[in-house]
Design a protein around this ligand. Structure first.
Ligand code: DP6
Length: 332
């Protein structure tokens, strides 16, 4: 049995399933303000550092599961198009469902999953996708899981998915157990109604190096990476303080510094890893010069060239003027 199946079994075998005919679930996408970058266990998606994110409320993934007759094979419809068993997306989904079937027995499903998250803007659909799939599986088997157990199971699909089982500010505790049982995300109680994120799509091209691969290369070859977990631990404390005091300058500064430091570890990997394109650098300079002129605007970036702007409601008009193509998200 694979390590992920063992980890899932430890949770699922405590429950007696009662299979429903159909179940639908939604999970939001999330943007990390302190990034998850680097795994201490690749098979279980166990991180080297804690991370902290904010969810995109109604932008994410809707997933519906239906039970099929015992002789059928799983079918998957992704964004209204059927996908075939040889595609990586189909295999990832089926592997995740198998975490449940290993414990509860064979049962084919029809999966329909639709993203409302703007994937082209570099917002990972795998986080909301695996969170929605895990929630739908929990529902269709009628399992009264705790939020912590749900988060652990979502993490087995994709690390950042463990944060997408909640809306709002979410902290993922790295944990120390080898089986990952204490590596889960939890909701922070604070809300921040004026906080905004602007998604700036600079290219529609898919990245050719996945986060999974990028993390591995960075942890194995970057000397700067040794410093990463030290900074991440400090940034988490700063972000928690910023959130509880609604100190936007501290939040923005910490999030941007964290993202730039993550990209520095990528650049110092070998072969170097650079997800930026020339437009990314142009926007960074634009943001930095607007900030010098007094506009309260910060950025964060993930494993891709697109930019997420951080600002507050009072500056929304100006942001729309300077960045007309930004898709503005209310978070609370
Ligand atoms: C840069 O969660 O997509 O977006 O665990 O390999 O599926 P896997 O990686 P994934 O990595 C996300 C990396 C990031 C930072 C973050 O969201 O914290």
């Amino acid at each position: 049995m694979k390590p992920a199946n063992y980890a899932a079994k430890a949770i699922l075998e405590k429950y007696t399933p009662s299979l429903q005919g159909e179940y639908s679930a939604f999970a939001p996408a999330n943007i990390a303000l302190c990034k998850y970058w680097g795994k201490r266990d690749v098979a279980l998606n166990l991180p080297v550092n804690d991370s902290l994110s904010v969810s995109l409320k109604n932008k994410g993934t809707h997933t519906t599961l239906k039970t099929l007759p015992a002789t059928a094979t799983d079918s998957v419809i992704l964004n209204d198009l059927p996908i075939t068993p040889d595609s990586p997306a189909y295999q990832k989904i089926v592997t995740h469902i198998d975490l449940f079937r290993t414990v509860f027995g064979p049962q084919p499903f029809a999966v329909k999953t639709t993203n409302t998250v703007p994937t082209a803007a570099g917002v990972a659909s795998s986080a909301s996708g695996f969170a929605a799939l895990t929630t739908a599986l929990t529902g269709i088997y009628s399992l009264p899981l705790t939020a912590q157990e749900l988060s652990v199971l979502a993490r087995l699909g994709s690390g950042s998915a463990c944060r997408s089982v909640f809306n709002g500010f979410v902290r993922w505790y790295q944990g120390s157990a080898v089986d990952g049982s204490d590596s889960y995300a939890a909701l922070l109680p604070q809300q921040w109604s004026t906080l905004r994120i602007g998604l700036l799509t600079l290219t529609h091209q898919q990245k050719n190096i996945s986060s999974r691969e990028g993390m591995l290369r960075t942890t194995e070859t970057s000397h700067l990476y040794r410093q990463w977990s030290v900074q991440a631990a400090e940034d988490i404390l700063q972000l928690e303080q910023a959130i509880s005091q609604q100190d936007f300058e501290l939040l923005g500064r910490t999030a941007e510094h964290n993202a730039m430091s993550m990209h520095a570890t990528m650049l110092s990997a070998w072969p170097p890893l650079c997800y930026w394109i020339s437009d990314s650098i142009a926007v960074l300079h634009q943001v930095w010069s607007l900030r010098k002129e007094g506009l309260d605007i910060y950025v964060t970036m993930d494993a891709g060239p697109n930019i997420k702007l951080l600002f507050e409601q009072q500056d929304e008009k100006k942001i729309r003027r300077f960045f007309p193509s930004a898709e503005i998200c209310c978070l609370f």
